[in-house]
Write a protein that binds this ligand. Sequence first.
Ligand code: FAD
Length: 549
Amino acid sequence: MKLLIVGGVAGGASAAARSRRLSEGAEIVVFERGPDVSFANCGLPYYVGGEIAERDKLLVTTPQQLRTRFNLDVRTRTSVEGIDRAAKKVRVRDLTSGREYEETYDKLLLAPGAAPLRPPLPGIDSPGIFTLRNLQDVDRIKERVDRGVRQAVLLGGGFISLELAENLVRRGVATTVVEKNDQILTPFDREMTTPIAGHLAAKGVTLLLGQTAEGFEETHDGLVVVLKSGQRLPAQLVVVGVGVRPENELAVDAGLEVGPRGGIRVNDRLQTSDPDIYAVGDAIEVTDFVTGDPAQVPLAGPANRQGRIAADNIFGRDTAYRGTQGTAIVGFFDRTAAITGSSEKSLRRADLPFRKVYVHPTHHAGYYPGAEPMTLKVLFHPETGKLLGAQAVGGAGVDKRIDVLAVAIQAGMTVFDLEEMELAYAPQYGSAKDPINMAGFVAGGLLRGEHPQVDVEAVLAAPAAGRPFLLDVRTAQEFASGHIPEAVNIPVDDLRSRLGELPRDRKIAAYCQVGQRGYLATRILQQAGFSAANIGGGYKTYKLLHLSA
Ligand code: FAD
């Protein structure tokens, strides 16, 4: 068996190593256009900030190590330029010598990744404007920062921009993030990003939402980024992080099928429309694990797993790829946002039915020092309770909850399973009722009809005549420091003695800070004959939904 692999980083290197473990006899050639293989793309922003101090640490392995340990024929600075499917050979160019040659294959694996988008704006090729994909890019950016950058503009408010923003702030650079949407981190629902947006501002990052760059002008001091709004942002460094496009040229030229967004089409064995050609990683179109729809999800975990699975199939093991859930996490200083499965907006786009709950617990027992608040949003099927997606934002413990929920989604679990989950607990790690259990209790109660709940958006969107009576059951002090307009305050502890103040001919929507006292109030009201529901996630959710950034 002669296997050729195009691309020697996440997907390609995983596939190569797995292939060798499965077959000592195979001839395996890895072509990599750049000088490095298997480097840590995900660590690049932290090298700019100095958190990762040594460049060598970014090299997970070297071509020489791959040759020695895995007996791989690794050819760096070598580009595959074309595929002749009929003759089963590829055209190769050695980028150092310029020599062109052909190489035959039995099986070919494409792992060429995705290239950063570089919108064709006037001045985009000016010095000082970069994209970030590999070690050469990070060397250029770091060299620029080391020479002295006072102001940086990051175009795009995605994962990489946020990570870079943190690292530039650490280096004392005044940083502006320009994002064309009305939110950062577009895979998330907007309200879940507002705490991170607030934290960006708290750390001195200027966030310009709903803005786009129109062009760049060179000045004596560097650059000016000109926005469509007319605003002009001086900068000595600009990093464009507005998304990626699959590197599909080889596949397209060879007549392989690609999806509407350019991803190479594969089956669940990661085989392209040519059975002798496999493809993995950022370059492929995947199936969304939750919706079953085609999707483009450029993440390292899926690329690595796909590399293994493709190798399995190439070497005769029948292994299926289950689809991509889009489990992702990003940190900005001490705040974390994480997501798995579908978001509310993607479910709406796909016109799929769902319900949602928000809980706002602390990451471990509140009485133990250092408890940090988090917001957890869980989306589930309105009848079966099957988990569809989850997002969390906060500090410590966000990663653990999203990982638990990622496994639950993968296992096809429901919100009722979350109620039963037995998770590790000691006060410094969690709670006897973990945030996961709490989300399960709220969602399970809601589906069983024990816990009538309304979404705050629905309450506020109702026409004035039909709008429920808004009852704030927090303390007078909490009420005074902010409340939903038109709400009336009766603290939950006084409620039983003040029922006479409430209307019997209107539905009552009760709320507290996070949902718990509102739930208790709802139970009191229902048993006293009122028609009442709790506003899910309480005032904290209302605030998330109504913050401007
Ligand atoms: P790549 O790793 O990009 O490898 C493809 C390789 O193929 C490239 O080196 C390219 O030079 C080579 N190649 C392309 N065409 C040819 C050709 N014709 N001939 C020869 N070689 C070719 N993901 C996460 O999940 N978590 C993170 O925290 C995270 N952080 C990131 C931070 C940064 C700065 C970047 C850039 C990415 C990050 N990612 C992260 C995304 C993750 O790195 C990618 O999803 C993953 O590397 C994709 O793997 P791949 O094998 O498909 O492509």
